[in-house]
Design a protein around this ligand. Structure first.
Ligand code: SF4
Length: 285
């Protein structure tokens, strides 16, 4: 999803994922990256009106726009303000191609607009599902909908004809990286008819790193030392990240879900021919 323009109707996110990279931006308002990120939500109430003015400018070249790059456009408060829905109406009128990223199953509410947008310009939806492992989900993403609810949203969008896939991101060392968990997640992504998938290993910067390390120290102290070794900087060590990527690639082949290239028709998984078992390796960190 290449883009130069981003739209975020809200700032802060009640989904409260402990790894969220946007936590560090709260410090620009002299707020902390912890509870003040997940409990204080800035609502840009005139967002659709400002967007319309920008899209109406003769200079607007209808470039690709990304919606939800910093905070979730379908977090619960959207149910009240409908800023994302009203923004989609403006983007349709402006025939502007859009990519959306969200963890909110509320996106199915707007399937009608997403279909319209697909016809008027183009629309790609990336639903973020880092794992289907329940313990990891509860630990890492305390305010989000159940992963399978998100995957059912992907299926619903696909059945409506929308180009919807899954970002298995971030892959979180020690929480979601066990081979069995990666395998179960990628299988579930395939079973729900995702049109594509992508995966990224966790990165930790600034206030996000401070918050995440504090979370580990409080709830998972046995992981702190390993994280300090793995994250000397913002990114996991290259060897580790390469190993995760290789394993994810093998599992994508196993379950026949490829990176943003596969056009999926929704079929019952048991009707599909079982793919051959590829080689698989486990890894340590
Ligand atoms: S849903 Fe997205 S924006 Fe919201 S806390 Fe989680 S990672 Fe951050």
């Amino acid at each position: 999803m290449p883009f130069q323009w981003t739209l975020n109707p809200y700032r802060g996110c009640t989904h409260g994922c402990h790894y969220c990279f946007a936590r560090r931006y709260q410090t620009q308002f002299e707020l902390g990256p912890g509870d003040e990120f997940s409990s204080l939500i800035f609502v840009k109430v005139n967002f659709p009106e400002v967007l319309r003015r920008e899209l109406d400018k003769p200079s607007w070249a209808r470039e690709q726009v990304a919606l939800g790059t910093a905070t979730d456009p379908y977090q619960p408060i959207e149910g009240h303000y409908k800023l994302t829905r009203r923004s989609l109406e403006e983007l349709i009128a402006g025939r502007t191609p859009v990519g959306i990223i969200t963890k909110g199953p509320m996106i199915v509410r707007d399937a009608d607009l997403l279909v319209e947008l697909s016809r008027a310009a183009s629309c790609t939806v990336c639903v973020s599902v880092p794992t289907v492992d329940e313990d990891a989900w509860r630990a890492l993403e305390p305010g989000t909908a159940h992963p399978l609810q998100r995957l059912r949203a992907v299926r619903t969008l696909r059945e409506a004809g929308i180009n919807a896939g899954v970002l298995m991101a971030p892959v979180v060392p020690g929480f979601t990286t066990q081979t069995s968990k990666l395998d179960a997640t990628i299988k579930a992504i395939a079973d729900h008819g995702a049109a594509f998938m992508g995966a990224n290993v966790l990165y930790l910067k600034g206030g996000t790193k401070d918050h995440f390390m504090g979370f580990l120290a409080h709830a998972y102290p046995h992981l702190v030392e390993r994280y300090e070794r793995l994250y000397a900087g913002a990114y996991a060590s290259p060897d580790y990240a390469d190993t995760v990527r290789a394993l994810v690639g093998i599992l994508q082949e196993r379950h026949q879900v490829n990176r943003r290239t596969r056009k999926v028709t929704v079929t019952e998984p048991e009707q599909e021919e079982a793919p051959a078992e590829p080689d698989q390796k486990d890894f340590r960190w």
